[in-house]
Design a protein. Structure first.
Length: 505
């Protein structure tokens, strides 16, 4: 019998996210080599993603793929097929305008005359505006024919991505989205790259080209200046650009990058954030024509999806980046994979003062992410966490496992398998059986069907510590968690491995 007085406990706090560009020996112990449908939590650890559900039980336009989606006026503007529609969550979609052979839509919000309006472009038709009542095609003299990008900057409407001149940016007169008269302050700007996106950030309009990035500063045609940000890289897909945490995030050919204003006014700093998941970025780059992205403000989170048209929903993929505090006290991004969600368009914003994250589907439905359901619209959430293969101080010493202690939190009933794996799942090493992470009995959550009156305990913390005996030994130890159910989310905080040292190999 091993001498338990010589037991060596090692505690592993979970954090660092998915890392794919380093070997196991150089990985932080709390990082993950597989992290699917878990999110690096703002409370620490890894939390299983919340579910999704239909935001509206009606399809936008039959089974036509949703080409554009924008939260507006406490409802949603959704485009599918050749129509643009509006609906609230409980109503049918009403057609507000028609288009011809529309491409994918981009939107911006503005208010030039004390009325909230929406501007839309689709890469095929002329731009259009909508004020909640009237849909207006912007077809006046000088209006761009088929813009693919639009942004409101310094009270002017800027358009770019026209097929006849992709290097041109056309802007309207101030406070007049339909006036393109030079005498009234309209005009155009040209850059030496094809423009894929326009985005306002702080006091500048950023022009994302395919191989260069510029910014426009100034207040009107009298003092516009076009300044280079970088001439060595560009934006791989305009649908990847989002503002999060005071930065602009965008997909370049070498990964996800940020544009951050430094303390020196007017300076711009470019940084690559996605090196830890570079193999995944290679997959994303290959799906550029199907990319959609969204931010989750309440979680300081960026989500990018890259499904293939022919993929099933269950096989469709995305990546998630969370802004978290690093062990050194700084701020950095941690990553995870998403699998089982297939959006064709995304939008996030506020409806009735609550943040809402919406996805438009290939099947014509609008769904709500971060919903109260525990499934991906009825499908089980398949979540996987796997740790690196840990040497626990010395890869040449055999570890005689005694037990693993897991610290986790539940939000209701869960059904989770956990395994300890030896020597990289080597076939010639006996592997212990999996065991269940238990749901603490009687935790009561308001609105949960599992909170049964007279047996539920209100005020329970829902944060158990489970001790599990483990048989077997190995030179390298890994922990794996598998979840495939329609039950509640949970958070893994840390685990402790208890073992005694055996012989040296």
């Amino acid at each position: 019998m091993p001498d338990l007085s010589q037991m060596s406990p090692v505690t592993v706090p979970l954090g660092g996210g998915l890392i794919l560009d380093r070997d196991d020996f150089s990985l932080p112990p709390g990082a993950a080599v597989t992290l699917q449908n878990f999110e690096p939590s703002i409370q620490g650890g890894y939390r299983r993603l919340s579910g999704t559900s239909k935001w509206n039980s009606n399809q936008v336009n039959g089974s036509n793929k949703i080409l554009g989606l924008q939260i507006f006026n406490n409802g949603v503007v959704a485009a599918a097929g050749n129509v643009v529609t509006f609906a609230t969550s409980g109503s049918t979609y009403s057609t507000i305008g028609t288009r011809t052979s529309a491409g994918r839509y981009k939107f911006d919000l503005y208010n030039f005359n004390n009325t909230e309006k929406l501007i839309m472009v689709d890469d095929v038709n002329q731009a259009a505006s909508y004020d909640g009542t009237t849909y207006t095609l912007i077809s006046t003299t000088g209006a761009p024919a088929d813009p693919s990008s639009v942004a409101v900057f310094k009270d002017h409407m800027f358009f770019a991505g026209m097929s006849s001149n992709p290097q041109e940016i056309v802007f309207s007169a101030p406070f007049a989205e339909t006036d393109f008269s030079a005498a009234n302050g309209a005009g155009s700007i040209r850059v030496d790259t094809s423009v894929v996106e326009l985005k306002v950030f702080r006091d500048a309009l950023f022009i994302f080209g395919i191989d260069k990035i510029y910014k426009v500063v100034g207040t009107s045609v009298a003092d516009w200046q076009v300044l280079p940000v970088t001439r060595t890289l560009g934006c791989a897909d305009g649908f990847s650009v989002q503002e999060l945490g005071g930065d602009l995030l965008f997909l370049s050919l070498d990964g996800l990058r940020t544009i951050a204003g430094t303390e020196r006014i007017g300076d711009v700093e470019l940084g690559t954030i996605s090196k830890p998941i570079q193999p995944r970025i290679t997959e994303v780059i290959g799906s550029r024509d199907r990319i959609s992205s969204v931010i989750v403000r309440g979680k300081s989170q960026y989500r990018l999806f890259y499904p293939s048209d022919g993929d099933s929903v269950g096989n469709s993929r995305g990546v998630l980046a969370s802004l978290t505090r690093t062990p050194q006290g700084g701020i950095g991004f941690e990553f995870a994979d998403i699998k089982g969600i297939k959006p064709s368009a995304m939008s996030s914003g506020f409806i009735s003062n609550s943040e809402v994250i919406l996805e438009g589907g290939y099947d014509g439905y609008v769904r709500k992410q971060e919903s109260t359901t525990d499934t991906f619209d009825g499908d089980n959430v398949i979540a996987i966490y796997r740790s690196p293969d840990l040497s626990l101080g010395d890869s040449g010493i055999r570890k005689l496992m005694q037990r693993v202690i897991i610290n986790y939190a539940v939000e209701g009933t869960i059904d989770v398998d956990m395994r300890v794996r030896f020597d990289g799942d080597a076939q010639d090493t006996p592997q212990p059986d999996s065991f269940d992470l238990s749901s603490p009995g009687g935790i009561a959550l308001y609105g949960s069907s599992s909170s049964t009156y007279s047996s539920a305990v209100y005020g329970s913390s829902g944060a158990p510590i489970q001790r599990q005996s483990i048989e077997g030994s190995g030179f390298l130890i890994a922990v794996k968690v598998d979840h495939n159910s329609a039950l509640s989310p949970f958070t893994l905080f840390s685990y402790q491995l208890e073992f005694t040292n055996g012989g040296r190999r």
